[in-house]
Ligand binder design. Structure first.
Ligand code: HEM
Length: 143
């Protein structure tokens, strides 16, 4: 289980990042050009949210099977995956969910785009900070 889930979780990061980036660029384009909120805007935010929730599910399972999740450990790598990574990613996924829900509730197209952009952008910043990049102190491979 652990041997399969880690590469899936690692690869899924790229799907989440790509869909999040596409959502951000599309909504920014909508804000600048003042166009109408289309079906494709709705679809991209839906796929972005699905990718995030799939990643959440895999991450939660990993949390129970990973040897790096150890409460009270002073090893920086264990601390990172037990506390920082998981809590920051959960917050980012909440922001991605809010991006879609609140944009759908927006009364005008402009407010839909604005909400989608703002919440997705905050989520992107958090995710970039919480990924164990190959150049970080908790280095993991690119894929
Ligand atoms: C957008 C959300 C997330 C992204 C982009 C993400 C990304 C990653 C990446 C790139 C790794 C390194 C994988 C590797 O070893 O190659 C990782 C590891 C891990 N993630 Fe996430 N993650 C996310 C959410 C979560 C959540 C919500 C949890 C748990 C609640 C979680 C728990 C873990 C654990 C425990 C590991 C360590 C796996 C191991 O090496 O034993 N992740 N994550």
């Amino acid at each position: 289980m652990y041997g399969i889930l880690t590469p899936i979780h690692s690869f899924l990061r790229w799907a989440v990042l790509l869909l999040l980036l596409a959502t951000i660029i599309k909504s920014l384009h909508g804000i600048i050009t003042k166009r109408t909120f289309s079906n494709s805007d709705n679809k991209i935010s839906l796929f972005m949210m699905i990718s995030a929730h799939t990643q959440l599910l895999v991450g939660l399972i990993l949390y129970f099977v990973s040897p790096f999740v150890q409460f009270g450990s002073k090893v920086p790598e264990n601390r990172f995956f037990t506390m920082e990574h998981s809590s920051m990613m959960i917050v980012a996924i909440v922001f991605m969910t809010l991006a879609r829900i609140l944009s759908k509730k927006g009364k005008t197209d402009a407010s839909k785009f604005k909400r989608l952009f703002t919440y997705s952008f905050i989520a992107l910043l958090i995710i970039i900070m919480a990924i164990p990049w190959p150049f970080s102190h908790v280095a993991r491979p690119w894929f």
